[in-house]
Write a protein that binds this ligand. Sequence first.
Ligand SMILES: *Cc1c(COP(=O)(O)O)cnc(C)c1O
Length: 428
Amino acid sequence: MTDKNESLFLRAQKTTPGGVNSPVRAFRSVGGTPRFITHAEGPYFWDAEDRRYIDYIGSWGPAIVGHAHPTVVKAVQEAAARGLGFGAPTEGEIEMAEEICKLVPSIEQVRLVSSGTEATMSALRLARGATKRDKIIKFEGCYHGHADSLLVKAGSGLLTFGNPTSAGVPEDFIQHTLVLDYNNCQQLEDTFKACGKDIACVIVEPVAGNMNLIKASPEFLQTMRRLCTEHGSVLIFDEVMCGFRVALGGAQALYNIQPDITALGKVIGGGLPVAAFGGRADLMANMAPLGKVYQAGTLSGNPVAVAAGLSTLKLIQEPNFYTQLSDQTSKLVTGLIAAANKAGVTFCADSVGGMFGLYFSKEVPSSYAQMMASDTEKFNRFFHLMLDAGIYLAPSAFEAGFVSAQHDDKVIETTILEAEKAFSQMRA
Ligand SMILES: *Cc1c(COP(=O)(O)O)cnc(C)c1O
């Protein structure tokens, strides 16, 4: 066999642990050989064998306007030609902050960082610094990046390994992290009753996308908002994935709930490393150089990355952008459900904005435990049948999927047609 993906994977494993720079890319949970991507355009990318795929991971969210969008590419090229980075402020960073504050009204001030991990980690430090409390609440199955105190039964890649925590995280570092069930209001009430005065913050994915797609119930988020207000705790929405993905103003616009701090990432970098955390001005005033909470970054607000982010943020404000994105995603999900029904395969699916979930279970899950009970063997089979047909889904049953503005009717129809074939083969 001279498959180029396979030889690249063998070569990669010699110098990179597992051959990849982020675990889920290694196809461990679905098996087989990861595809090495050479280029991408619109809704497609191509692997080392020059095979074309319809891409449903969109760089795990950022590629919302489609890959290599000419406007974004031009902005990046022009910024690069002016210099790659200065370690001194630029006007682009102001524009980026202004755009974010305009689009997400709960954000009065914002700081740019380079990854979602940095954004959530810094948001936690800010919450702890501002409240002078140590304890934090997170929810099982929510992933907030790989900072030590958050790697407690975290979701995503870790689920796949069947290992709820990471080695190398001292017990001492996570003793202040309380892990509760997603969508469980009573447990939240009980926890605040027991130790509300010690809780610095609650951090949540208001639409969870790292244990597949799981929506929060409005009541769950409302309860959280009320309890945080009552107990002087900071409510952090981790919208690194769902921000500018489920709606223009993020999940907080969809649910009409104002968090105190929001973490952003993925879409706001348009494919380059930009993330951010921001919120109430009085809280943000705790950040250095104004306040005592330290945080910094050599590449924070990098001008080339900001150019990609800013041009993406402008494109998503075009009229009807989110209506169309939602419609295309709904069409996909409805078509897949119909295809599975026709073949008699137990399957359901859900979507919100440009994000979707596929579940090999009878009902759409609403908690981590329900998600874990889905049929991963069936998912893996489906994944490979689709991959062979040129449709690239997330290589794990526990990841959400992403649609871009370039996924037109033809692309969606092709996907549904291939899914019909896959489902009927699965029953056979
Ligand atoms: C991806 C993600 C992160 C981490 O972002 P990185 O840029 O990968 O560090 C944090 N929170 C959520 C909800 C995410 O989806």
